[in-house]
Ligand binder design. Structure first.
Ligand code: CP
Length: 424
């Protein structure tokens, strides 16, 4: 497409987005009401929509989906759960894990899917200059589908699409208000990544085996780390890399605010673009969260190496796709090895502390070299697989199929589990 045509369609997009500016600028707590219906999530746009009870419920249900999917009959039953639905996967920004895990979660639950991954092959901004607006595309999807899962490089676009859906419903445009699920928007939000991150952290800190019994290692760990507790609370979480431009860190930090006594360490180049954003820092200070900001994985806190004091390390890559020419100069003059994990650095970590990364990792920069993959603390491939279970559980929540799932689980495992009736 020529630059002129693309500039024109971008102008139209910005004009359409500007109409929602007053809604976007509202405080988060006011927005949340617009994304919920009847006490459950309708549109999933912001991490701040998740409460602790909801996180617990989704993680419990993700476990149930995981267990049911473990045998052919369980899988067959899961495939009937939402088989009346049809989803649009609208991913106009590149994705491997989020796209494929949503596609796999839909398939697991019987949801049929279609996809648009490149606007050049739709009428949106295709060759031939049809110049359909992105908002018209969304409105069209709502005519044919029951759900839109969307990724866009445009910040706030998913949020605006949720407002569009609500508007169509309220003005009785004869257009359905279908759920919008934000699968990554600009540098601002990636709530479903944060959900699978929390699910992974929860599973790691259960210190349980697959039969949900405590691993003997936990008792040994307690001898070495007497303050260690099971669960997500009471932990120190460290985040390393491009913190200012990485949406996964922003979303995960927001979810961790649901837990008690969490401390956070932020490790990034000391530059306003890459360190923790002022808005997020202020929010953490407001919530009395204990935070430290340092500029190297080798930094010390209270006279001891920080890596020996943390319970979980969340690595991220430098988001090269957001670079401007001045950023290239900054990286050329900065020693980026301070933000790369090495086997020596891993050795100084606590023996149980999981290493997470939302992936993709940068195979050129090498913030996590492959030599670390076989370390039992390397959780990033498990984390990516957990996206399947967590996203399936989220879809079950959005479409109000939780009770059916619990009944299915209870019946399926009736002979095996001593199931607690009280949870039904
Ligand atoms: N973590 C993540 O969002 O990966 P993808 O970009 O591959 O979806």
């Amino acid at each position: 497409m020529s630059d002129t045509k693309s500039a024109h369609s971008e102008d139209i997009f910005q004009r359409d987005m500007a109409e929602y500016e007053p809604l976007i600028r509202r405080p988060v707590r006011k927005k949340i009401a617009d994304f919920n219906r009847d006490g459950r999530l309708k549109h999933v746009i912001l991490s701040a929509q998740f409460t602790r009870p909801l996180l617990d419920e989704i993680c419990d249900h993700a476990d149930m989906v995981r267990e049911l999917a473990g045998d052919t009959d369980g899988k067959r039953k899961l495939g009937t759960l939402l088989s009346h639905l049809h989803a649009m996967l609208y991913f106009t920004q590149p994705s491997t894990r989020t796209f494929l895990s949503f596609a796999a979660a839909c398939r697991l639950l019987g949801i049929a899917t279609e996809q648009v991954r490149d606007s050049a092959v739709s009428s949106e901004t295709s060759e031939g200059s049809k110049r359909e607006s992105r908002f018209d595309s969304i409105r069209m999807f709502s005519s044919y589908f029951d759900l839109i899962v969307m990724r866009s490089k445009a910040p706030n676009f998913a949020e605006c699409c949720a407002y569009l859906m609500n508007e169509l419903e309220s003005r009785e445009f004869n257009t359905r208000n279908i759920p919008i699920l934000n699968a990554g928007s600009g540098a601002d939000q990636h709530p479903t990544q944060a959900l699978l991150d929390v699910y992974t952290i929860r599973r790691t800190f259960q210190f349980q085996d697959t039969k949900r019994t405590a691993r003997p290692q936990f008792m040994q760990l307690r001898e070495r780390y007497p303050e260690l507790k099971q669960g997500i609370d009471d932990k120190t979480y460290a985040f390393c890399g491009d913190l200012g431009r990485g949406r996964t860190v922003r979303s995960l930090v927001e979810l961790l605010l649901n837990y008690d006594h969490v401390r956070m360490v932020f490790i990034s180049p000391d530059n306003e673009k890459f360190r923790l954003g002022d808005d997020l820092r202020n929010r953490l200070i407001e919530r009395n969260i204990e935070i430290e900001e340092v500029d190297s994985l080798d930094a010390q806190i209270n006279g001891k190496p920080l890596l020996s004091q943390i319970d979980c390390l969340y690595m991220t890559r430098i988001q090269q796709e957001h670079n401007h020419p001045e950023d290239e100069q900054f990286f050329a003059s900065t020693d980026m090895s301070h933000y790369h994990l090495t086997p020596e650095r891993v050795k100084s970590m606590r023996t149980y502390a999981p290493i997470l990364h939302p992936f993709p990792r940068d195979s050129v920069a090498g913030e996590i070299p492959t030599s670390i993959d076989s370390d039992p603390r390397a959780m990033y491939f498990h984390q990516a697989r957990n996206g399947l279970w967590a996203r399936a559980a989220l879809l079950i929540h959005v479409f109000n199929a939780d009770r059916t799932l619990m009944q299915m689980y209870k019946e399926h495992f009736a002979d095996v589990h001593d199931f607690n009736e009280a949870v039904l």
